[in-house]
Design a protein. Structure first.
Length: 226
């Protein structure tokens, strides 16, 4: 039996993103059809990063033919018992991978159940999140999946973005090692990983077909065979 788990955040009004929805036509106004406009940036909500997002010399999503990575065998590395503000190190990732060390997966998800513990609509979700350390980012780069996904802000200093001022520097070693050096696609701000209920799954990830994109909203589902 096949079970589908949606790993994608809903696109709705949110303080972090400033998205607004408005009817451009509506039945209430006696229009023939209803239509909605909204503003959407490429790195809001559940989205995929291309290297050019972090590297001025990096490639965009067009350099990654979708048939190469949109359907993958996926390993879920479980850190659901991790506490607030705890770094996930390379050693911890290696230990979590121990059972599958003789098999390589084209995609990996790092699971902390952050959205189950703390609502993603609160500042708390970001401000005290676990994160991946620099050597953890190096571990991911060396594992070399086609795709890696997180259900938490993977770089410690992502929490500083909402209060940053002009001229502030945000240091993101995971982006540096995984996205820039490793050229590995990243999916950020996933959810519901706890509903997969298995250590492996088939992962299906489909971004919008925007051209030469530095990133894109993406619908991600896990397919679990039971």
């Amino acid at each position: 039996m096949r079970r589908i788990v949606d790993l994608t955040l809903p696109i709705e009004e949110h303080w972090r993103y400033g998205i607004k929805f408005a009817h451009t036509r509506s039945h209430a106004n006696h229009d023939l059809w209803q239509a909605t406009s909204y503003n959407l940036e490429s790195h809001w909500f559940t989205h995929i990063d291309a290297p050019i997002h972090h590297d001025p010399e990096g490639v965009d999503l067009n350099a990654y033919p979708i048939q190469d990575w949109c359907i993958t065998d996926c390993l879920i590395l479980d850190f659901s018992d991790i506490g607030d503000n705890v770094g996930i190190t390379g050693e911890m990732l290696e230990k979590a991978n121990e059972k599958y060390k003789d098999k390589h997966f084209d995609s990996i998800l790092i699971r902390t159940d952050r959205g189950k513990k703390v609502s993603w609509k609160t500042t708390e979700f970001w401000d005290n999140s676990p994160y991946v350390t620099e050597d953890g980012g190096i571990w991911i780069k060396n594992y070399n999946p086609k795709l890696v996904g997180y259900d938490f802000p993977q770089d410690y200093e992502i929490r500083k973005i909402r209060t940053m001022k002009p001229g502030d520097i945000i240091v993101q070693p995971v982006h540096e090692h995984v996205l820039k050096d490793g050229k590995i696609l990243q999916i950020e701000y996933m959810t519901n990983l706890w509903e997969i209920g298995a250590e492996t799954c088939q992962l299906i990830a489909l971004p919008l077909n925007t051209q030469h994109a530095d990133g894109s909203q993406i619908r991600v589902i896990a397919v679990v065979e039971e």
